[in-house]
Design a protein around this ligand. Structure first.
Ligand code: GAR
Length: 232
């Protein structure tokens, strides 16, 4: 990640490399939050989940965060007159916690242009499709309707358009005979739990740059093989 107005990871701090401070924004279950927190708990991981914010007090992910010892805040969107006021409260909470990177993980509120601009290249999202295919809601139903044979997920930097790009990491899984939206969602979710921690790690290691709205990753290996569906 390129230095912007904020802090730029990883910073040297008295001989130690400071870990990137991530916040995770959720609205519900929080399984991606759990995957990110678990990755961060591994020795030597270059990032920490320093804060979890939910716009819903009943989000199951809040319990998971507390269980992992992560600070939580609830900022109910209903408590604000306008989207801009809600976004400003979010920004203030993130800035107060000195957050370097904001990770949307099932955060089901659209963020306004000012928020997106303020956190540009420090705001990432995971979406359960191989973008640019199937942005928005009911992703798996639409993928099945279209008869795609490969599905997957995408981690991307957030811009004003929903579920857009620049793309950081994608993971692909096969669509299997007899799949319904639930079985496909579960297979994609397992891939999400690998893709999101990988994206966080790459960013925290300072290996991700946005150049002309495409992501360049330094020192990335070459993926092996081809996912054929059906297999030959
Ligand atoms: C995940 O599948 C994530 O990709 C999706 O919401 C789910 C949240 O699950 N996000 C979107 O559809 C964003 N457009 P989780 O709360 O268990 O992480």
């Amino acid at each position: 990640m390129e230095p912007k107005n904020g802090r730029s990871p990883p910073a040297r701090n008295g001989g130690r490399v400071a870990r990137l401070k991530a916040a995770v924004l959720i609205s519900g279950r929080g399984s991606n939050l759990e995957a990110l927190a678990a990755a961060c708990a591994a020795p030597g991981f270059p990032a920490e989940v320093a804060l979890v914010i939910s716009n819903r007090a009943d989000a199951a992910g809040l319990k998971k965060a507390r269980h992992a010892g992560i600070a939580t805040q609830i900022i109910p969107h209903g408590g604000f007159k306008t989207r801009e006021e809600f976004d400003a409260a979010l920004s203030a909470a993130l800035a107060a916690a000195e957050i370097d990177l904001v990770c949307l993980a099932g955060f089901m509120r659209l963020l306004g242009e000012d928020f997106v601009a303020r956190w540009r290249d420090r705001l990432i999202n995971i979406h359960p499709s191989l973008l640019p295919a199937f942005p928005g809601l009911h992703t798996h139903e639409r993928a099945l309707e279209q008869g795609v044979r490969i599905a997957g997920c995408t981690v991307h930097f957030v811009r004003s358009a929903m579920d857009d790009r620049p793309i950081i990491v994608q993971a692909a899984v096969p669509v299997l005979p007899g799949d319904d939206a639930d079985t496909l969602a579960a297979r994609v979710l397992a891939a999400e739990h690998r893709a999101y921690p990988l994206a966080l790690k790459l960013i925290a290691e300072g290996r991700v740059r946005v150049v002309a709205e495409r992501v360049e990753i330094s020192g990335a290996g070459t993926p092996a093989g081809t996912l054929l569906n059906p297999p030959d």
